[in-house]
Design a protein around this ligand. Structure first.
Ligand code: TMP
Length: 254
C-alpha cells in the first residue's frame, strides 16, 4: 500500500491524508500526557480503546443532530473524518468543580456548580492553553460572534447529552473539553465537533465508589490507566462485560 502523507502529529493522535479529497485519517496512538504534560506515557492498547470510545460518543452525538467530523471507524486504531478548518479555541463545559477551575476559585473538587459554565481556552502548547474571553476570540478573529454563539450552543448541548449518557452508566460528568472546526460544503459553512471525546478530554466520577474514572486521575500510573480505559469501554458497551483477556490487543465488540 502506498505510504500516506502525514498531515500532523499531536500528543495522542496522528492525522494522515484521507482516501478522498476533504477527508483525513485520524490514528489513535498509545501515548498519553494526561496529568503528566511534560512526560509521555505509553499504555498498550489505549489507542484502540480511545478509538472505540470516541467513535461511540461521536456516533451518539451525531444521532441527536450534533454535527461532527466523524465519518466511520476504519480499523482498530483509525477513523475516517471530514477535513475541517480548526478553530484555535477549545470550549470547556463544567458542571462540577475540578482541575484548574477548582484551583482558581479555591473550591474543593466535586463541588456542584449552580449551572453549567462554559469557558474558552486558546489552543497553544507553547502558551499552555491560556483561558480567554469572548472578546479575545472575536477581536483576534479566531471566531466570529455568530460562530461563537454556535460553539457555545453546541458545547452546552454536548455537555447535557453526555451528562445523561454517562449517568446511565453510573458516572458523573464533571467537565468536558470540546474543539470545533469549520466544514465547508459548497458555499455553506457549518461548525462541527472535531478531534475526539474520551477519558482524556472529560473528567468523570464513578457514582458508586466516588473515585474519578478518567485519564488525569491516574497520574501517569500505567496499571490504573489501563483499568480506567477498560472500565469505561465496558460501561459504554464497546468491549465485552468480561473485559479483554489480553491488554496487548483489547477485544472489541462490532
Ligand atoms: P482544566 O480544569 O485542567 O483546565 O481542564 C479543562 C478540561 O480539559 C477538562 O474538561 C478536561 C480537559 N483536559 C484535557 O483535555 N487534557 C488534559 O491534559 C487535562 C488536564 C484536562
Amino acid at each position: 500500500m502506498a505510504r500516506r502523507r502525514q498531515i500532523s502529529e499531536g500528543k495522542a493522535k496522528i492525522l494522515y491524508e484521507g482516501p478522498e479529497p476533504g477527508t483525513l485519517v485520524q490514528y489513535f496512538k498509545d501515548d498519553t500526557t494526561a496529568a503528566t504534560p511534560h512526560r509521555r506515557i505509553v499504555i498498550t492498547g489505549k489507542g484502540v480503546l480511545n478509538n472505540r470510545i470516541s467513535e461511540f460518543l461521536m456516533r451518539k452525538l451525531g444521532e441527536i443532530g450534533v454535527p461532527t467530523h466523524f465519518v466511520r471507524r476504519l480499523n482498530m486504531r483509525e477513523q475516517l473524518v471530514r477535513e475541517v478548518e480548526m478553530i484555535p479555541v477549545q470550549a470547556v463545559v463544567r458542571s462540577v468543580a475540578a482541575g484548574s477551575f477548582a484551583r482558581r476559585f479555591g473550591m474543593p473538587e466535586g463541588t456542584l456548580l449552580p449551572r453549567s459554565i462554559v469557558e474558552y481556552y486558546y489552543r497553544s502548547d507553547e502558551l499552555e492553553d491560556p483561558m480567554v474571553s469572548e472578546e479575545h476570540i472575536t477581536a483576534f478573529g479566531w471566531a466570529s460572534p455568530p460562530d461563537l454563539d454556535e460553539m457555545m450552543a453546541l458545547a452546552l448541548r454536548i455537555n447535557d447529552f453526555l451528562t445523561g449518557l454517562f449517568l446511565g452508566t453510573g458516572i458523573r460528568l464533571y467537565d468536558v473539553k470540546v474543539v470545533f472546526g469549520r466544514l465547508w460544503e459548497e458555499d455553506q459553512m457549518r461548525i462541527v465537533l472535531a478531534d475526539e471525546i474520551g477519558p482524556e478530554t472529560c473528567r468523570l466520577n464513578d457514582l458508586r465508589t466516588g473515585q474519578r474514572l478518567d485519564a488525569e486521575a491516574c497520574r501517569g500510573d500505567q496499571a490504573a490507566l489501563t483499568r480506567v480505559y477498560q472500565e469505561l469501554a465496558r460501561r459504554l458497551g464497546v468491549i465485552p462485560e468480561s473485559g479483554p483477556a489480553d491488554p496487548q490487543g483489547p477485544e472489541t465488540l462490532q
